[in-house]
Ligand binder design. Structure first.
Ligand SMILES: NC(=O)c1ccc[n+]([C@@H]2O[C@H](COP(=O)([O-])OP(=O)(O)OC[C@H]3O[C@@H](n4cnc5c(N)ncnc54)[C@H](OP(=O)(O)O)[C@@H]3O)[C@@H](O)[C@H]2O)c1
Length: 272
């Protein structure tokens, strides 16, 4: 595709996650002609989206992120690739860099066998912490607490961004960078390269991905901050943030913290 045209085919990795499912909801309402979805469990995905079974636009690619042929099939023909895989940032995980490696390897292989190559746009779920301009508004101590409590997630994200930034002739990367993700009804999203509000709801983040994926006006951006329009209610978000930061410190620095957190997540999956 010429990057001036609207995409006809989109690939989505991470559709079962809190962000991914909102992206998928939005894409299913759009006029996109083809949608390739990667997930590791078809049961989980189809339970969330039973209509996928009968939607002729949708192709499911189910299996391991390390299955190169599977990811290649998922990405072939996609002009836009949306990657919303991730973790809670507390427990050790390499899923974001594994996704980045899988995307990069699949695109290299597709590029080798293509007559001509138009680098697809890759929209990566990133974080405002990884954007020095967006993070500059935070008090230094708060920034230290966030980067320390969720250091495992940021290590993974850094590695993924490095992999996807390696070769601009292979893909064109846009890092989508919200501040704190919250489960609350959407209030509309807003973009900014200079600042982000404290909170962004999953619903608004999902809608923002759809907007970025379908509209060519954002094609020159390499990173963008996203917020909910009503995302500046510090009093509402303070308990959520304090709970998450305390848990992050516990997991990282308390003996057996990782194991106890796994037990907690198993008992209370809503906090996973
Ligand atoms: N929490 C915050 O406040 C915040 C703020 C800014 C940015 N972020 C970014 O947002 C990310 C989390 O997003 P989220 O809350 O939407 O995540 P989530 O709900 O935990 O979803 C993660 C997705 O990744 C998939 N996944 C995880 N491990 C996998 C594996 N080994 N193989 C294949 N798929 C795997 C999950 O699949 P399954 O459903 O099969 O598990 C799911 O689809 C973080 O990593 C961080 O980079 C978070």
């Amino acid at each position: 595709m010429s990057r001036m045209e609207r995409p006809t085919s989109i690939a989505l990795l991470g559709a079962t996650g809190k962000t991914g499912r909102e992206v998928l909801r939005g894409l299913l309402k759009s006029t996109i002609a083809e949608l390739n979805i990667y997930a590791r469990s078809s049961e989980k995905l189809l339970k969330m989206f039973p209509t996928l079974r009968s939607d002729s636009r949708v192709n499911l690619h189910i299996g391991s992120i390390h299955d190169e042929e599977l990811i290649k099939r998922c990405l072939s023909d996609a002009q836009v690739i949306i990657c919303t895989t991730g973790s809670n940032g507390m427990s050790p995980s390499t899923i974001i860099q594994d996704s980045a490696s899988a995307i990069s390897a699949a695109l290299q292989s597709l590029k080798r066998s293509a007559n001509s190559w138009q680098p697809p746009r890759v929209l990566l779920l990133s974080s405002s912490t990884k954007n020095e301009r967006l993070a500059a508004a935070r008090p230094r101590f708060v920034h230290w607490m966030i980067t320390t409590a969720f250091r495992m997630g940021y290590v993974d994200l850094d590695a993924a961004q490095a992999i996807l930034s390696q070769d601009p002739s292979l893909l064109s990367l846009l890092s989508v960078q919200p501040n704190v993700l919250v489960e609350e009804p959407g209030s509309g999203f807003e973009f900014s390269s200079d600042s982000v509000k404290l909170g962004c709801s999953y619903e608004d983040l999902g809608a923002s991905f759809v907007q970025l994926a379908l509209n060519t006006e954002y094609k020159e951006l390499s990173r963008i901050g996203v917020s909910s329009k009503e995302g500046d209610r510090g009093i509402v978000y303070a308990p959520i943030i304090l709970f998450r930061i305390s848990r992050g410190f516990f997991v990282n620095y308390f003996p057996l913290g990782v194991h106890l957190n796994r037990l907690f997540e198993r008992a209370m999956p809503q906090f996973a």
